[in-house]
Ligand binder design. Structure first.
Ligand code: IYR
Length: 236
């Protein structure tokens, strides 16, 4: 039996020949859990996708901590199938903006349906992406669809989209926690990112996140989140 109390339990056990360390779980009262879950929700709910960026610098150390936070995400078979490229280099940002706007122009002019453009109208997006140059950092999440072992053989990773999606969610929360803003930018197709950044053949761009301080003033769309009753169904 594995006890969940450190008292009298072992520091580690062995399963299938692999070491499993004692996990010191946090125990908090129901009252504290109610308070903490409410205040965490209030704090997450104050996050908004922001398109108006200040050009104020953000220290590299902050970006490193954001990426470390994202990389704590769970992943299929713990393969951690991601790499986060952080770009502050002005020339690269300019190159990325030009390439993204080229794709977006085609998308807005011919790839996206009228319905899609109508759905985006409240958000105020268009083919111009000045934030790609103005934000001090761009973080581009690449998924690693396979790994290459020492013999050059390819091994597919597992649940890659789920894994990197979770990591990006955690990254967005970490950005919010650091007093910074971002938005999820997905120029489509995104393969120009791998070529500009010289990424290896097993990596595919998943999401581009400009990171920085919000411009003063910044404006965000007047939109609402769905109510709990519209996003949940309880079976008790
Ligand atoms: N990638 C385009 C279009 C776009 C699509 C969706 I769905 C959005 O929620 C927002 C934008 C762009 O970045 O403008």
């Amino acid at each position: 039996m594995i006890e969940n109390d450190k008292m009298g339990s072992m520091d580690f056990i062995t399963l299938n020949g692999y070491k499993h360390n004692f996990f010191e779980s946090q125990r908090i009262s129901e009252e504290e859990a109610k308070q903490r879950s409410q205040s965490f929700y209030n704090w997450l709910d104050s996050r908004r996708s922001v398109r108006d960026f200040s050009d104020q610098n953000v220290p590299k150390e902050v970006i490193e901590n954001l990426i470390k936070s994202a990389s704590t995400a769970p992943s299929g078979a713990h393969k951690q199938p991601w790499i986060f490229c952080a770009i502050s280099n002005a020339k690269l940002k300019c190159e990325i903006r030009i390439a993204a706007e080229k794709e977006e122009k085609i998308s807005y002019e011919s790839r996206m349906s009228e319905r899609w453009k109508q759905d985006l109208a409240p958000l105020g997006t268009d083919m111009n992406k000045p934030f790609l140059e103005r934000a001090p950092w761009l973080i581009i999440a690449f998924k690693k669809i396979y790994e290459i072992d020492e013999n050059g053989s390819k091994h597919n990773n597992y649940y890659v989209n789920e894994s990197i999606g979770i990591a990006c969610g955690m990254l967005i929360s970490a950005i919010h926690n650091a007093g910074l803003v971002t938005l999820t930018h997905t120029p489509s197709p995104m393969n120009f990112l791998a070529s500009i950044l010289n990424r290896p053949s097993n990596e595919r761009a998943f999401l581009l996140l400009p990171v920085g301080y919000a411009e003063q003033p910044a404006y965000v769309p007047d939109i609402e989140r769905k109510e709990l009753s519209n996003v949940s169904f309880f079976y008790e």
